[in-house]
Design a protein. Structure first.
Length: 337
């Protein structure tokens, strides 16, 4: 680990910056700020408007698009500035992440601090980062047409790629921190793999819930409206039937709501099996963190739903989801290496 410590710090810094970007992205989404900047200037866009003339120019550009015309025509310049800030900050952090990944990578490459295996992994990370930037542009583009809201499919792709990029950066760092392989426990590792995949699916449907504003309906727990386990709106909003679960508000919430029970139950099963197995200290800590975080995430999900998505709870739910994926990545690594 000693000879790789600066590479490890670099990779973990990348994880932290992605975490920060996810946090700011959550604020941007929950404050409906994401469509406030309609143009993409990679270099000049780094600097926000600095005087009244530049602010008015940015505001006039915003007025040309559906969000202003259909939803925010009552906005003053001051209102516009408040939503502009969050989108600008989100993009600024994205640019910073790009610099933090590329410049140290080139330095480590020139100084021959990276093994061939690590170089390949870092190239994958750079690709994921570039792809994430493209998805951000592609997502915003979908909200600049007739419907003043971004595509929930593109939002899900953007968010999930951010989570996966952070998880992969963490995995590469763990490879350097713990280079020695441990004997894998097939039964447990398979359960953790299933839990990891289900968590990614849950993150995707969480983005669907956010993109369709599906958190503002059926604000009851443990049942949906009218005390029903499955409300009829789950299967009658869209045609064909399958569309209800990817495009219908009730159907999307139904999947996200009940997937939480499955993931929580599976993690408790992993904890039960791990307790009986001959696990190492780090493996135990990984499983304990999984159990703690999934309970916290479940509770946050319930309160976020029942209270109709207050900003701070929506953010907390997203942040703990990020941490849960980190704990899942750590556990997967410790049981498979």
């Amino acid at each position: 680990m000693k000879e790789n410590r600066y590479v490890i710090y670099w990779l973990l810094l990348g994880c932290f910056l992605i975490f920060t970007m996810v946090l700011v992205g959550g604020v941007t989404r929950l404050t409906h700020s994401g469509l406030s900047i309609s143009d993409y200037n990679l270099i000049t866009g780094t600097i926000p408007p600095l005087n009244n003339e530049e602010w008015q120019e940015a505001y006039d550009l915003y007025k040309q698009f559906p969000e202003y015309q259909k939803l925010n025509s009552h906005f003053t310049l001051s209102d516009f500035k408040s939503i502009y800030f969050w989108e600008w900050l989100h993009r600024f952090i994205g640019r910073m992440i790009g610099m933090v990944f590329i410049i140290p990578f080139l330095y480590f490459l020139i100084r021959k601090k990276l093994s061939k295996s690590t170089i390949k992994k870092c190239l994958i990370l750079l690709f994921l980062g570039a792809f994430q930037g493209f998805l951000g542009w592609y997502m915003v583009k979908s909200g600049l047409v007739n419907r003043p809201d971004v595509s929930h499919y593109r939002l899900a792709a953007h968010l999930t790629t951010a989570f996966l990029t952070a998880a992969y950066s963490f995995w590469v760092a763990l490879d350097l921190i713990y280079p020695k392989k441990k004997p894998s426990m097939k039964g447990l590792i398979n359960l953790i793999r299933i839990a990891f995949v289900l968590l990614i699916v849950q993150i995707i449907w969480g983005a669907f819930v956010a993109g369709l504003d599906a958190g503002f309906i059926h604000n009851h727990w443990p049942f949906m409206n009218e005390g029903k386990l499955i409300h009829e709106t789950v299967y009658i909003e869209q045609r064909p039937l399958i569309n209800n679960f990817i495009e219908g508000k009730s159907g999307v919430q139904f999947v996200h709501r009940y997937m939480a029970y499955i993931i929580t139950g599976l993690i408790f099963l992993i904890g039960f099996k791990a307790k009986k197995a001959n696990t190492t200290f780090l493996q135990k800590k990984g499983i304990q963190s999984l159990i703690l975080l999934v309970v916290l995430q479940f509770a946050l999900g319930v309160f976020t739903l029942v209270l109709a998505v207050p900003l701070w709870l929506g953010l907390a739910h997203q942040v703990v989801g990020f941490m849960l994926l980190g704990a899942m990545t750590f556990s997967l690594h410790r049981f498979s290496k």
